[in-house]
Ligand binder design. Structure first.
Ligand code: NDP
Ligand code: MG
Length: 390
């Protein structure tokens, strides 16, 4: 039996992970499940998977969670400290699927106790890639990618020497506004930005797909995870989303990973690695699909891609600044304070201001320093939003 914990169990990735685990309950001993607002789902899954503990991030929801778990034998806990304690409980395999920078601290804690960390939370690598890798190495813990593109690259690299890699191409569907006239983007509504042509995901990542902030984060994630030069990483628009990534080698070969748009492939790959086991995903009928198409990404339509290049070149704390200001700009769009096209401007303002201050950008990468720069970037982003509104 393998012991497993799932952080962000109530979200889109968390639920897909539970779907796989619940198919083979005898194989897993569930240690901790965590969520935030969705107490009903958290309690339901903690009961049926017989978890040791269920944790909500919000302290004020503890009475609700306790009531929902009454008589189940599952421990209930709430708040940041409880999350940290649950993340420190030994588990062989941990899914990191909290959304946003809030996923960083529990992920680090899981690595500290030597778990294999299946990483969906790309923000951890964007904010603090060097810290994550150092923590994994120091504790002989393993990081496995769950983001579909990075899982695809990981799979294409199996048995290969990273030194012979010439380029890594990650694909992008282009999101909700791929075919919109650029002038129309400023009037895009929240509902329009929240629907994805191919993937069924949480709302925040779906909007980030439309703005390509998701792909921008993934370019940075690629650099951090695989340790390659930023100049060798490319994004490619591929509307069918069937090729997730390609790795180009120095002999000119391109290894492409092709698969259906179902996150249970990448989650299941990380769950069973280094073995491959049967997964409940569709088998593609390529003759019926007929053709796969590609386009160069347009940086005028998706300025987030240009900002990602700047972040990769600056290095240090630039990723934490980028992520935090992006999270606030996204809140601003969701709350109706910003237009869709204004998000990139907010992130650029904050990056320009804070990366110009060398003590910030060159600070040693510790969890405290990342939290501090994250906090500062959020304040600057709010100020930039207020300035626009005023
Ligand atoms: P969701 O929004 O669907 O779920 C997020 C999860 O995090 C929920 O369990 C939520 O709890 C919890 N949560 C929210 N805020 C906090 C907080 N402050 N502290 C602790 N927990 C919190 O997101 P997704 O599942 O879509 O994405 C999760 C991560 O995986 C993200 O980093 C995303 O970029 C990445 N990812 C997602 C993909 C997808 O297909 N969805 C694909 C590739 C990567 P609750 O719902 O109870 O409030
Ligand atoms: Mg992805």
């Amino acid at each position: 039996m393998r012991s497993v914990s799932i952080f962000g169990a109530t979200g889109s990735i968390g639920q897909n992970t539970i779907d796989l685990i619940a198919r083979d309950p005898e194989a897993y001993d569930v240690v901790a499940l965590t969520g935030a607002r969705n107490i009903k789902q958290l309690a339901h899954d903690a009961r049926r998977l017989k978890a040791d503990i269920a944790v909500t991030a919000h302290e004020e929801l503890l009475p609700d969670l306790r009531a929902a778990l009454d008589g189940s034998g599952v421990e209930a806990a709430a708040g940041a400290k409880a999350l940290d304690e649950a993340a420190g409980r030994p588990a062989d395999w941990v899914m990191s699927a909290i959304v946003g920078a809030a996923g960083l601290a529990p992920g680090l804690r899981a690595l500290e106790q030597g778990a294999t960390l299946a990483l969906a939370n790309k923000e951890s690598l964007v904010c603090a890639g060097a810290l994550m890798l150092k923590m994994a190495q120091a504790n002989k813990a393993r990081l496995l990618p769950v983001d579909s593109e990075h899982s695809a690259v990981f799979q294409a690299l199996t048995g290969e020497d990273i030194a012979s890699v010439e380029r890594i191409i990650i694909t992008a569907s282009g999101g909700a506004f791929r075919d919109w006239p650029i002038e129309k983007l400023a009037s895009a509504t929240l509902a329009e930005a929240s629907s994805h042509p191919n993937w069924d995901m949480g709302q925040r990542i779906t909007i980030d797909s439309a703005s390509m902030f998701n792909k921008a984060m993934e370019l940075i994630e690629t650099k951090e995870f695989f340790g390659v030069e930023s100049s060798s990483i490319e994004a490619l628009v591929h509307p069918e989303s069937l090729i997730h990534a390609m790795v180009g080698f120095r002999d000119g070969a391109l290894m492409a990973h092709v698969g259906p748009h179902d996150m249970r492939h990448a989650i299941g790959f990380a769950l069973h690695w280094p073995m491959r086991k049967e997964l409940p995903v569709e088998r593609l009928d390529l003759a019926a699909i007929g053709q796969l198409t590609f386009r160069a990404p347009c940086e005028q339509r998706w300025p987030a891609l240009r900002l990602a290049r700047e972040v990769m070149e600056t290095g240090g704390m630039a990723g934490a600044i980028f992520n935090a200001s992006k999270e606030i700009a996204l809140d601003g769009f969701i709350d109706g304070r910003l237009r869709f096209t204004e998000m990139a401007g907010i992130v650029e303002d904050v990056l320009t201001k804070l990366t110009g201050e060398s003590d910030h950008i060159n600070a040693t990468m510790t969890l405290d320093n990342v939290a501090q720069i994250d906090h500062l970037a959020r304040i600057e982003a709010q100020a930039s939003i207020n300035k626009r509104a005023g």
